[in-house]
Design a protein around this ligand. Structure first.
Ligand SMILES: Nc1ncnc2c1ncn2[C@@H]1O[C@H](COP(=O)(O)OP(=O)(O)OP(=O)(O)O)[C@@H](O)[C@H]1O
Length: 865
């Protein structure tokens, strides 16, 4: 088993399989110093780069290898490092970061990236996120060209479930796109990048700021300056994503006058005037869903509730029927079981401001971070502080908790919006913590100070050093010092690090309260009330205050003709299991009541964790496995493969029979051929030579035995090979073009560059029918603008003539260009684009000079690769 990516190494390249007996070698001090660290994390390679800077892989530096437990391996995280300098002068950036932190704090769903903690030092703010090791979703599609229906359906269900969860919290993402979707290790979808998130309340959910990425933004955002219904805008984006998943390219990507979609005005005019077209391989049922989602008029656009009930998503109805409250419950229950080693607080070791670029290489120096003694960890801000209103009860005098030394060591952070907001959040959170602390029983207080804490349900065992620690709710936070939080010396003596997990509704603390629940129930309630009060003291309602009722999904109608008949038994048993689980689970409608229900309900006790001793450690075994409950979140890839294979077989059979019965009469044989073609492995170089060899052979034979029968056969065979080869090349060119159309918006790393593409097109101008699938939907009536115009071709030729070798030009790409590309690629506030100019722009024909096109191309090419 190798769960690590090759390029990401632990402790000097150790990527051994973990076995029961495996022990990590003890690191020497020297080795330890070599790592670039940020707070309690060792930084690994760069996972990606965004608008704010690099996202690095990280893992805890206090990971101890003394154990022989298989469960004891470092948990990887993705750390978004934001240079404080870069945002100090940019209010919008600050707000974006703040929004992201703020939103993520309230979201706990398997298909939404988890916020672990937020750290900062004098130079960086680090948003520590769950590591989605499956990589970027668009690359995944790019690799597969397009997804098979079953996989697409599964992933789309996950997207819808995540988006529904976001909406249920009173939030809208507003920047849903392929680039903001990642995959976890089991190829489950993970929604990320909440920089444009905003909240709405049910009564007034219209928004004014248009944002997102042009290709995914709903028309009403661009064309009209009127307030828009944000949830419907998210649905449009999901529609575009679904189209891209199934088709392998974006909808409305074929405007010859705006091939790159860079002219936003023209793009939206095209969207509004051109009916949605589908390639043959998108079947009627998903087409129907797409047609309902990609409706320009938001009022006529399908809503999430209807999407969940759509025929196409029936196979995942049990998964989709899990309500947001249930997700909260399930996730919080799961978070109790996170096994954590007692971590030493990183502040406990004196850390002078030191550069960690001890590796000496240039790149290391560039990547090095100053570890500051004032590096802090603080909880993510609550929603309300977006308003930048600080409510700090007089009872909380945070400075009193600071030692004089630490106080003098404080940072002078800017009083910028984000800083103020963050501070407000810290205060609010700490208030909760303090009141929570007061409610702790003496036993728990002892346990906290000694750092020995267990989440066992049994009466508290004798406390001894080295006890198992189940990571719990952040009960104790670092103290706050003005704008920075510094752990006090006294606090440092406490060994358990509990600052990091940001789980507002975490039930872990309730586990600790099991011991003397009668004593603490009242104080807990008051703590929660306090938290609520402090929240409600802000002007905006908390996003969690909006809780739509549970959705009841109609039972699967077996009479309905559906293409999905796979795993029915498994599904029904899984769903019945789910229902059983849910019936017995004390789910309530308000997340804040979670603690109560956990304490008072006997059924919750039944479903509580059971500790299994495992050597020196105890491992809490969750009684509810989220993934098996949902049935749709694939746990092991092998399972997924098996399911896919079963599905494929059944699906093919089904389609065959349906075609015979004439039900799917619009599924042409071509479609089937095309799909099977796709499965055909690419021709090997050996095969490619085969044709030529045969010709040569034929020639030789021809000269020696003129007119002989064998030569004729050889000739025929050779010709056949050549023809086949040519045909395949053409097909390949066609598919490359298709993929190119999709990739043009994302990446050029694996496909041919557009330069080559234009060269190719010079040689073999592909007719529009080759650019797009031949047979269009019967709904398609408008075929205008499908032809690549002569002027375009001319431009392409010009480009290829005027340019030096592509690699040469590529090398000339400066870092400035790269920056420009990044910003070009990033999501934008569409309102920044002059909406009034939309029509004007569309009226003018874009005069793309050769230089501009070339620049555009190389700008895109230097995108994140
Ligand atoms: N949790 C994560 N796990 C793995 N990789 C991640 C994670 N978060 C981000 N990345 C990688 O880092 C890249 C940049 O991240 P992200 O898009 O969140 O940054 P950003 O600064 O918000 O960028 P932008 O706003 O321009 O999209 C992603 O494309 C992805 O490759």
């Amino acid at each position: 088993m190798s769960y690590t990516n090759k390029r990401h190494t632990y402790y000097g390249g150790f990527t051994n399989d973990l076995s029961d007996t495996f022990q990590y070698p003890q690191r020497t001090d020297e080795q330890r110093r070599k790592h670039v660290t940020f707070g309690p994390y060792i930084l690994g390679s760069t996972l990606g780069e965004g608008e704010f800077g690099k996202v690095k892989l990280g893992w805890p530096k206090n990971f101890s290898n003394s154990s022989n437990s298989t469960f004891d391996f470092p948990k990887q995280v993705a750390i978004k490092l934001i240079k404080r300098d870069s945002i100090s002068n940019d209010y919008r950036k600050e707000v974006k970061i703040y929004r992201e932190i703020n939103a993520l704090k309230h979201l706990s769903h398997p298909n939404i990236v988890k916020l672990e903690e937020v750290l900062q030092n004098s130079r960086y703010i680090g948003i520590v996120l769950e590591y989605a090791c499956g990589g970027e979703f668009y690359k995944y599609i790019q690799k597969k060209r397009r997804l098979k229906e079953m996989n697409a359906c599964r992933l789309f269900s996950q997207l819808i479930s995540g988006v529904h969860y976001i909406h249920s919290k009173g939030l809208v993402h507003r920047d849903l796109k392929l680039e903001n979707l990642l995959l976890d290790k089991n190829e489950n979808l993970v929604i990320t990048d909440f920089g444009f998130v905003n909240e709405f309340c049910s009564r007034n959910e219209l928004m004014k700021t248009s944002c997102g990425s042009p290709c995914y933004a709903a028309p009403e955002l661009v064309i009209s300056a009127e307030p828009y219904e944000a949830r419907k805008a998210d649905i449009w984006s999901c529609g575009v994503i679904l189209y891209a998943i199934l088709a392998g390219y974006l909808p409305w990507d074929d405007d010859p006058n705006n091939p790159e979609g860079s002219d936003i005005g023209r793009l939206y005019n095209y969207i509004n005037s051109t009916p949605l077209k589908f390639p043959d391989y998108i079947l009627p049922i998903p087409r129907d869903l797409l047609r309902r989602m990609l409706v320009s008029d938001p009022k006529k656009r399908i809503n999430l509730k209807q999407i969940k009930k759509h025929e196409w998503l029936k196979p995942h109805s049990s998964f989709l029927s899990i309500t947001p409250d249930e997700w909260d419950k399930l996730n919080n229950t799961q978070s109790v079981f996170r096994l954590a080693k007692p971590r030493r607080r990183y502040g406990s070791r004196p850390q002078s401001s030191c550069s960690t670029s001890s590796l000496g290489s240039r790149s290391d120096k560039r990547d090095s971070l100053v570890i500051d003694s004032t590096l802090i960890t603080f909880p993510a801000p609550p929603q309300e502080s977006q308003n930048h209103i600080i409510t700090r009860p007089a009872s909380i005098a945070s400075d009193q908790r600071l030692s004089p030394i630490r106080r003098s060591n404080r940072h002078n952070r800017s009083n910028s919006a984000a800083s103020v907001a963050l501070q407000a959040v810290v205060n609010a959170d700490r208030e909760y913590v303090l009141s929570h602390e007061q409610s702790l029983s003496p036993v728990q207080n002892i346990r906290q100070t000694t750092g020995n804490m267990t989440a066992s349900l049994s009466p508290p065992p004798a406390i001894s050093p080295g006890d198992i620690i189940i990571e719990t709710t952040p009960i104790k936070r670092n103290t706050i010092s003005g704008s920075s939080i510094v752990p006090s010396l006294e606090e440092e003596s406490s060994t358990t690090m509990q600052t990091s997990k940001i789980q507002p509704n975490n039930m872990a603390s309730s586990q600790n309260h099991q011991y003397n629940k009668n004593k603490t129930q009242n104080s807990l309630q008051s703590a929660k009330n306090f938290y609520r009060t402090s929240s409600s003291s802000h002007t905006k309602p908390r996003p969690t205050s909006y809780h739509p009722g549970s959705y009841t999904t109609p039972p699967y109608n077996s009479n309905t003709l559906s293409i999905y008949e796979i795993n029915e038994k498994a599904k029904s048993s899984a769903s019945s299991q789910t229902l059983n689980q849910r019936d017995t689970s004390p789910f309530d409608s308000t997340p804040y009541l979670a603690l109560d229900t956990c304490i008072t309900s006997s059924s919750s006790i039944e479903s509580s964790p059971k500790l299994i001793t495992h050597g020196q450690f105890s491992v809490a075994k969750p009684s509810v496995d989220l993934q098996s409950v949902s049935g749709d979140l694939i746990k092991y890839k092998r399972d997924a493969d098996v399911v896919t294979r079963i599905y494929d077989e059944k699906y093919k059979q089904k389609r065959k029979s349906l075609r015979y019965s004439g039900i799917f009469s619009d599924i042409s044989c071509d479609t089937v051929t095309e799909e099977s073609d796709e499965l055909r492995p690419p021709e090997s170089p050996l095969q490619q030579h085969e044709g030529q060899e045969s010709i040569d052979k034929a020639k030789t034979e021809d000269t020696s035995e003129k007119g002989s029968k064998s030569s004729n056969i050889a000739k025929a065979t050779a010709q056949k090979h050549v023809n086949n080869h040519l045909e395949r090349s053409l097909n390949e060119a066609e598919s490359t073009k298709k993929r190119f159309s999709f990739l043009s918006l994302y990446s050029y790393d694996t496909s041919k560059s557009s330069l080559y593409s234009s060269m190719d097109s010079k040689r073999k101008p592909s007719p529009p029918s080759q650019r797009r699938p031949k047979k269009d939907d019967s709904y398609q009536t408008n075929s205008k603008n499908h032809y690549i115009t002569a002027s375009n071709m001319q431009t392409s030729h010009q480009v290829s003539k005027d340019l030096p070798a592509p690699t040469m030009v590529q090398n000339k790409c400066t870092s400035e260009t790269k920056k420009a590309v990044r910003s070009n690629r990033s999501s934008i506030m569409v309102s920044e684009v002059n909406k009034a100019s939309v029509d004007n722009k569309a009226a003018q024909s874009p005069e793309h000079s050769t230089a501009k096109r070339v620049l555009g191309f190389f700008k895109r090419r230097s995108m994140k690769i």
